[in-house]
Design a binder for this molecule. Structure first.
Ligand code: S3P
Length: 173
């Protein structure tokens, strides 16, 4: 795969963990757009949502994606909402190979609750619990589908297993 490999999908799908493992297997660098936004702003995403609103965060997220696209081929973990803006979807589709990691809402809700350490840096988008995960996922589904070149169900699977599946299906060029 000569372009970027983008990992897209809802929170709790393990994009960051899979990105690190996949990059190692492909012997290429990896990055995470959430980490880039936090490093550039020198604060947490939760604080950015509070001070600049979601629109401010989305602007920063788009810039991080555009900057990443200019780099040598990376594995790129993205924030769960990166598909919301059409310009991001355009970049994802044209500048690499987007892989959609997904699982049923019940599984994601469980995984989000277990991921408390990282969750502390995130805005509380899941105050509505499982119902909210279901609603947001349903709304974003067509956007993930519009971008995805490969879809991988991560439910009940270890990240290493997910990486194996991706490696088997990743195009050579
Ligand atoms: C968001 C997901 C988060 C982060 C931000 C918004 C979303 O990323 O970008 O809190 O809208 O789904 P992760 O998917 O890495 O948790």
């Amino acid at each position: 795969m000569t372009g970027h490999v983008f990992l897209i999908g809802y929170r709790g799908t393990g994009k960051t963990t899979v990105a690190g493992l996949l990059a190692k297997a492909l012997e290429r660098p990896w990055t995470d757009t959430d980490d880039q936004v936090e490093a550039e702003a020198a604060t947490t995403i939760a604080a950015l949502f509070a001070s600049e609103g979601e629109a401010g965060f989305r602007r920063r997220e788009s810039l991080a994606l555009a900057r990443t696209c200019a780099l040598s081929p990376h594995v790129v973990a993205t924030g769960g909402g990166i598909v919301l803006l059409p310009e991001n979807r355009q970049l994802l589709r044209t500048r690499g190979f987007p892989i959609w990691l997904t699982a049923p809402p019940e599984v994601l809700w469980k995984r989000i609750q277990q991921d408390e350490a990282r969750g502390a840096h995130r805005p509380n988008l899941t105050v509505g619990g499982l119902t909210e995960v279901r609603d947001v996922l349903a709304r974003r589904l067509p956007l993930y589908q519009e971008c995805a070149r490969l879809t991988v169900d991560v439910g009940g699977r270890l990240p290493e297993d997910v990486v194996e599946t991706i490696l088997r299906q990743l195009p050579q060029s």
